[in-house]
Ligand binder design. Sequence first.
Ligand code: HEC
Length: 180
Amino acid sequence: MKTVAFLLLPLLLLGADLEFNKDGQLVRPKTYREWIFLSSGVGMNYGTGPLPFGNVFVEPSAYRKFVETGKWPDKSIFALEIRQPATEGSINKGGQYQTNLLAVEAAVKDTARFKDGWGYFAFNGNATTAKVLGPEAGCNACHSANAAVEHTFVQFYPTLLEIAIAKGTLNPSYKPPDQK
Ligand code: HEC
């Protein structure tokens, strides 16, 4: 038993960030909270009611490649963690802070696996795997039409936006606000 665990451990560690199961479903990334934090938004695009927070993380090796080149390498994976907002708790009066986890969404760049190179996934509740979402989910359409770099919303990640401008990798369709 011990030997098996010893042999499997390196495999688990290697597969921890980007992993598809044998049915081609994305395995929920377990360590995304240890990835590189890109930004938080509140009420960015998730309907009405109390506006949830979104926290965006990217897997560290993809981040390092972006810093070098201003582009995302194949097999990049991103997590968007959606959390319920609250106000007036503990010492906080007027501000808003984050509480329960509502969902985790993911985006993966994999040019061999996905038609336009990018796959989108939603892990609702405690789901541990997710199928790639089809066009009816609207993810690819909004991301490909509006994102600043490839299919990613770098215009909302201030440190990455500076890099993309310096490397000249903004999508031609994206115009920074002062050029509109
Ligand atoms: C109407 C446009 C729109 C639609 C539709 C949309 N998104 Fe996004 N997405 C955004 C914006 C804007 C951001 C920027 C970050 C934020 O929300 O705080 C983002 C960020 C993300 C990120 C972080 C990485 C990145 O690409 O910047 C992931 C992952 C993500 N969305 C997944 C999804 C999934 C999965 C779906 C479909 C269920 C989806 N999105 C549908 C607009 C959209």
